[in-house]
Design a protein around this ligand. Structure first.
Ligand SMILES: [Mg+2]
Length: 421
């Protein structure tokens, strides 16, 4: 139990919160599936984001791994959830998510991210115990190869962008050059930031672009299309930055370039604003990276704010919840291009669920500037890198079908983290 000096995130029983205790002391299963969780451990790796790794240990000689978004906060929560999980059977993936949801009611996105890693680790264990890959547990396969789209930031690497005058970095030439590098690396899909600065008078507070700014953005998109042609899926991210009139003017200015999507044009929560943008553009509007529950997706789908959904497999409560979200989207005729900024671990979890849903389009890869990304994980069945030529061949080993490389993980541990694998 947490001592007096440590926060206890759990909501106490009672207090007007109507929930059932979903913990089960004992379930009746044959010995080979009578498994108990014995501990939950965590470590953080310094990638281009802090990658939060959760390890769930059992008394059956197998462990599972999962990754969490917002690692700095969510890892701390996940590590303390051992008091809820010890003695539970990790094969009860759905019930464990409900248990955590009820005990941590009100913990919002950080809580969801923590549950996600734990539930993914339990799926990894379940696959190992049953000797099948995770995708088999999620409904089976619609596809063998998972199409990955490369986040190409603002043309150059983020470090270079911060080091130079923005007007010298966010040029049509730099966007075209980066697009060529990514396509030559094998990607059939990519995305750029289109909310980058244009000139000194750009006012971030009023969320408006003037004609000069819009013309600058049009030239960025034109340069990319002229470089890579129209057979490559090309998305543009606006990061919730604009008013309806600016998003519509910008959207119409780039309509001729046949984008795969415009992402997050309007501030979060402004559902009606984004619906109005969507209704005025032919270019598909993508959103959803900060929606983390099926009910949030239901409300957004019902409000008509998206043509393509972008759930994040390391935020949304786990693989089971992700499948529910995907089915909801499918009911509304909405395909999925997943948000993802994770290590190979979280990305492989995403590959399993992407194989198992019908309406998958592509999943993000956000680590173009992390040369050791592929070195962190090794397949337990077959060989070859996790990500190759813009695609992930879904691992066929039991569970997630990968192991993390101990030496690489140790090299990139954060200062306050210890190796748990
Ligand atoms: Mg985005």
């Amino acid at each position: 139990m947490p001592n007096d000096s440590e926060p206890d995130y759990r909501i106490p029983q009672g207090g007007g919160v109507p929930w059932r205790d979903m913990g089960v002391e004992e379930t009746h299963r044959p010995p080979e599936r009578d498994v108990e969780i014995t501990d939950v451990k965590t470590m953080a790796l310094a990638g281009n984001f802090t990658w939060g790794i959760v390890k769930v240990e059992t008394d059956a000689g197998v462990y599972g791994l999962g990754e969490t978004f917002r690692a700095e906060a969510a890892l701390d929560m996940a590590g303390r959830m051992d008091i809820d999980l010890e003695g539970e059977n990790p094969l009860d993936t759905d019930r464990i998510v409900e248990l955590l949801n009820q005990r941590y009611t009100g913990c919002g996105r950080i809580g969801q991210a923590a549950f996600t890693a734990i539930e993914t680790a339990c799926y990894d264990i379940k696959g190992k115990v049953l000797d099948v890959p995770v995708y088999e547990l999620l409904g089976g396969k619609y596809r063998d190869e998972i199409k990955i789209y490369c986040d190409t930031h603002g043309g150059e690497s983020l470090g270079e962008a911060e080091a130079h005058d923005p007007r010298e970095v966010y040029t049509p030439e730099s966007y075209a050059r980066a697009a060529r590098e990514v396509v030559d690396a094998g990607f059939d899909a990519l995305k750029f930031d289109l909310d980058v600065p244009t000139h000194d008078t750009y006012d971030e507070a009023n969320r408006r672009m003037d004609n000069e700014a819009i013309e600058h953005k049009r030239e960025l998109v034109r340069a990319v299309r002229e470089e890579i042609g129209y057979d490559i899926d090309l998305g543009m991210d606006l990061h919730w930055n604009f008013t309806v009139e600016t998003a519509v003017r910008l959207g119409r200015a780039v309509e001729e370039f046949d984008l795969a999507w415009l992402e997050d044009p309007c501030p979060p929560g402004k559902l009606d604003a984004q619906r109005r943008v969507r209704e005025k553009l032919d270019t598909p509007v993508l959103t959803g990276e900060n929606l983390v529950t099926p009910s949030q997706f239901h409300d957004a789908l019902d409000a008509g704010i998206m043509d393509i959904a972008a759930p994040d497999v390391n935020k949304c409560g786990g693989l089971g919840e992700y499948v529910t979200i995907a089915k909801l989207c499918d009911l509304y005729g909405v395909p999925i291009a997943s948000h993802n900024i994770s290590s190979p671990l979280g990305t492989v979890a995403g590959a399993h669920v992407s194989a198992a849903i019908p309406n998958f389009v592509a999943m993000e890869y956000h680590a173009r500037d992390v040369p050791w990304w592929n070195d962190l994980a090794v397949r337990t069945h077959g060989s070859g890198p996790i990500l190759e030529d813009g695609y992930i061949d879904v691992p066929e080993g039991p569970g997630l079908g990968i192991e993390l490389d101990r030496d690489v993980a140790e090299r990139y541990l954060t200062d306050d983290s210890e190796l748990v694998i």
